[in-house]
Design a binder for this molecule. Structure first.
Ligand SMILES: *[C@@H]1O[C@H](CO)[C@@H](O)[C@H](O)[C@H]1NC(C)=O
Ligand SMILES: *[C@@H]1O[C@H](CO)[C@@H](O)[C@H](O)[C@H]1NC(C)=O
Ligand SMILES: *[C@@H]1O[C@H](CO)[C@@H](O)[C@H](O)[C@H]1NC(C)=O
Ligand SMILES: *[C@@H]1O[C@H](CO)[C@@H](O)[C@H](O)[C@H]1NC(C)=O
Length: 389
């Protein structure tokens, strides 16, 4: 092409019309030349729609050979989907913000296998770890593990353990305190970063599974609800305390209590990490007040404030409150661990528990509290009674 077609700079005062006329002339010339050249390039059957380039300030340089193709980093989908580990340097604020992001599209442009995130809120060691190892064995694709231990804890499971390298950056917690809720939210947020995680289970070092992985996965994957324990003032549960409701702007109709050990779906987990007003209020009001028992009030009350209907209002983690030890449920010792006990836990109140609107005979998937010395008898019973190991 000759220089006659060099685009002319149009001054603003020259008006748009002159510019449009120039453009049309230029485009029609390009079209005519393009048509004419089709004869010479018979295989080039797409007419290029040439867009004029902006005037270049430099005189045209002698043609240089094209630079060798460089491997520029490009954005990909998979690079951000499964995080490579659980270690990060984000503050809570940064972590929750990032975790609260959710795709608007329902489908996924990749094969997504819904996983269960097991969130272990512990002090340090996991004395029942060998039992859990047997529980998880052979199901790598279907679960992820996150551990929130006391920040002072320096131990580590062996390298061949499924718990190895799964300890998230943590902060100090105190019984009954809002810091426990912060730890739960930290665990949820860490697990939300993995878009494969669909259900989220909170456990402690004193928890055990009472069914095998296949049964647990099928139960959770098929459930239409989350399982967050929740009872209110009218539910005649002795442990309900009005103390808190009467001192905050949350009214008694919304005030709920429940065992801390939840199981929830992704939609609810997102709501929990995205909550700002209520956690801020509890943080302010409950500092130094153990009677708040924030860990037992926050979640069920949040659900009630959100009007969250997809909740079974019960936990899937058995605890023996018939024999409380102070403010805690009974802790099982080795001598108590029998086939009969495990069967009783598995069948506990089975006729009263609803699952997707019907009674299916299953109330508990997990149980607490089990002392470290219960490991041996539990390992012995697991294959026969619980169906794993
Ligand atoms: C956090 O880690 C990222 C990735 O390793 C790094 O680029 C960034 O500088 C770190 N930020 C801080 C505050 O340490
Ligand atoms: C309670 O107070 C907090 C802050 O003081 C506010 O953000 C929240 O919306 C209030 N909630 C209700 C139910 O009034
Ligand atoms: C759980 O309680 C809420 C109200 O607090 C209610 O709307 C919901 O239907 C209950 N769910 C079940 C399964 O009973
Ligand atoms: C797992 O539990 C289910 C339901 O209790 C049972 O049908 C199945 O046989 C168990 N699997 C194994 C490998 O024992």
């Amino acid at each position: 092409m000759k220089d006659t077609n060099k685009p002319t700079r149009v001054s603003r005062s020259g008006g748009k019309l002159l510019y449009v006329v120039h453009m049309l002339l230029f485009l029609s010339l390009g079209f005519v030349l393009g048509m004419a050249s089709i004869d010479k390039f018979p295989y080039f059957n797409i007419i290029p729609f040439v867009v004029p380039s902006l005037p270049s300030p430099k005189p045209s340089a002698p043609p240089t050979p094209p630079p060798p193709p460089t491997q520029k980093p490009q954005m990909g989908l998979m690079s951000f989907l499964p995080p490579s580990g659980v270690i990060h340097n984000m503050t809570d604020e940064e972590l929750f913000w990032r975790a609260s992001m959710a795709p608007k599209l329902r489908g996924t442009p990749y094969h997504r296998v819904p996983k269960i995130a097991f969130l272990f809120l512990v002090r340090g060691d996991l004395p029942l770890r060998p039992l859990w190892e047997k529980f998880f064995a052979g199901h790598q694709e279907l679960y992820t593990i996150y551990v929130h231990a006391d920040p002072s804890y320096t131990g580590s499971p062996p390298e061949d353990s499924v718990f190895y390298g799964r300890m998230i950056p943590s902060q100090k917690t105190k019984w009954g305190d809002v810091s426990l809720v912060e730890a739960e939210r930290r665990l949820l947020a860490s697990a939300l970063l993995d878009h494969g995680n669909e259900r989220f289970v909170l456990l402690s070092e004193a928890c055990i599974p009472v069914r095998n992985f296949t049964a647990v996965h099928a139960f959770l994957a098929g459930s239409a609800t989350s399982f967050v324990d929740s009872y209110g003032d009218g539910d005649c549960r002795a442990r309900y305390d009005r103390y808190f409701a009467e001192r905050t702007n949350i009214t008694i109709e919304h005030w709920r209590k429940g065992a801390q050990w939840f199981e929830m779906d992704r939609a609810l987990a997102l709501e929990v990490v995205a909550d700002e007003p209520y956690i801020r209020m509890l943080r302010g009001f409950c500092a130094g007040r153990w009677r708040c028992l924030t860990d037992e009030h926050y979640l069920p009350t949040l659900l009630s404030l959100l009007g969250w209907a997809r909740n079974a209002n019960r936990t899937l983690t058995y605890a023996d409150w018939k024999r409380p030890q102070g403010m805690h449920p009974h802790t099982h010792e080795a001598a108590e661990v029998t086939e009969e006990l495990v069967r009783r836990i598995r069948e506990d109140a089975g006729d009263r528990c609803f699952y997707n609107g019907a009674r299916n005979g299953i109330c508990n998937l997990f149980a607490r509290k089990f002392a470290p010395d219960t490991l041996e008898p539990l390992l012995r019973l697991a294959p026969k009674v619980m169906g794993f190991g």
